[in-house]
Design a protein around this ligand. Structure first.
Ligand SMILES: [Fe+2]
Length: 370
């Protein structure tokens, strides 16, 4: 029997219309609203500004997919003049990651904290932070309840991870009404990310009794809700279940982190802009088969879910979708970059390049079915 501990301090508020409770969580001081241009175009940014009192709010709406290290350092310098007491993050995973990074870089004494921390390898104790109210508008990231933020080094084609307890949100507001207009492709990719989080938490060497409960409940929600949402996109109840699946997976990986499928995904996103949820889910059935042939015990916690996971991934055609971004040869050429510390080694079973090649080939063989 192994020892374990659990810590997640994020209050979660869930339900239709709960966005209206936002002012109660940032009643004083200036507010930095971090979002993307789409929300400004659709009038959501203005709605949030009015809710909070427009004179208190500064808006940053240039967040783009996969936040770039240099862009976030530039934003940090610009946003310091606002002196925000709170940051409101409204958007998908990239918006949440950008906001969480800003929450520790804005108060930092170094001018370009991410450059210093990741490229110059200077120790960066994140000594203080600005509280973040996270309002996810996709169901997949889980970033609203994790102490991590992913930052991408576009110049050097490298993925970095900020990880610190100060990156836990002050609170998470999950309003399923904000997710009903999410287009089909984004709904699929983000749900695939949540499914991948849950599976990767279940076969993770850091899994605990609690993370197993959360990840199992997550899969039960996501695998049922995704087909319902694809059939009836405006169904708020189904959207709410997909959102619950996502936050439960987020809680699970907040304890375990992710594992091999995520590690194998990062070079695809860095080199070929493959959407994160697609890149980290297409290998799941192949990894499960690999595991089954070596150690059935390692698969036990997720074995019951894998047939349904595989069926859902086939239904949304992850294999066909991957091949629209890169050829098998191009993906196989990335094998040397597919192992990352803190991800591939969470899997609990060492893999070499030959294993990774076999996994990619097996995963892409599924495309015929997809
Ligand atoms: Fe992910």
């Amino acid at each position: 029997m192994s020892a374990w501990k659990h810590y997640n301090p994020v209050p979660i508020i869930h339900g239709p219309g709960k966005l209206n409770e936002l002012p109660a969580h940032c009643s004083e001081g200036r507010i930095l609203l971090v979002t993307s241009a789409g929300f400004t175009r659709r009038g959501v940014t203005e709605r949030v500004q009015k809710l909070l009192g427009s004179e208190r709010v500064s808006v940053v709406d240039q967040c783009t997919p996969n936040p770039d290290l240099d862009d976030v350092d530039e934003l940090t310098i610009r946003c310091r003049t606002h002196q925000p007491a709170h940051i409101v993050a409204l958007g998908g995973g990239s918006v949440l990651d950008t906001a969480k990074a800003l929450s520790v870089t804005i108060p930092h004494e170094v001018e370009r904290p991410l450059q210093a921390s990741f490229r110059d390898q200077q120790a960066s104790p994140w000594m203080s932070h600005i509280p973040v109210i996270a309002i996810p508008t996709t169901s997949g990231t889980g970033a609203e309840v994790t102490p991590f933020a992913t930052i991408w080094g576009g110049k050097e084609k490298k993925k970095y991870s900020l990880a610190h307890d100060r990156l836990f949100s002050h609170c998470a507001i999950l309003d399923p009404e904000l997710t009903v207009t999410l287009p089909e492709d984004e709904t699929i990719y983000t749900a695939c990310d949540a499914i991948s989080h849950a599976v990767e938490s279940l076969w993770n060497k850091h899994r605990t009794p609690l993370s197993v409960c959360w990840a199992s409940a997550s899969l039960a929600h996501s695998l049922r809700a995704l087909p319902e949402v694809l059939k009836t996109p405006a169904d708020v109840r189904a959207r709410a279940n997909l959102q619950i699946g996502s936050v439960l997976a987020g809680l699970a990986i907040s304890q375990t982190r992710t594992a091999l499928a995520h590690s194998m995904s990062y070079p695809l996103t860095l080199h070929y802009d493959v959407p994160h949820g697609l890149a980290c889910s297409y290998t799941l059935p192949a990894i499960a088969r690999w595991l089954m042939h070596r150690d059935q015990v390692g698969l036990n916690d997720c074995a019951e879910f894998m047939p349904q996971v595989e069926a859902v991934l086939k239904r949304v055609q992850v294999g066909r979708r991957i091949c629209a971004y890169a050829t098998e040869e191009q993906i196989l050429a990335l094998v040397p970059e597919m192992r990352t510390v803190g991800r591939s080694d969470n899997f609990g079973y060492s893999v070499d390049d030959a294993d990774l090649e076999a996994l990619v080939q097996d995963a892409l063989a599924d495309k015929a079915d997809g």
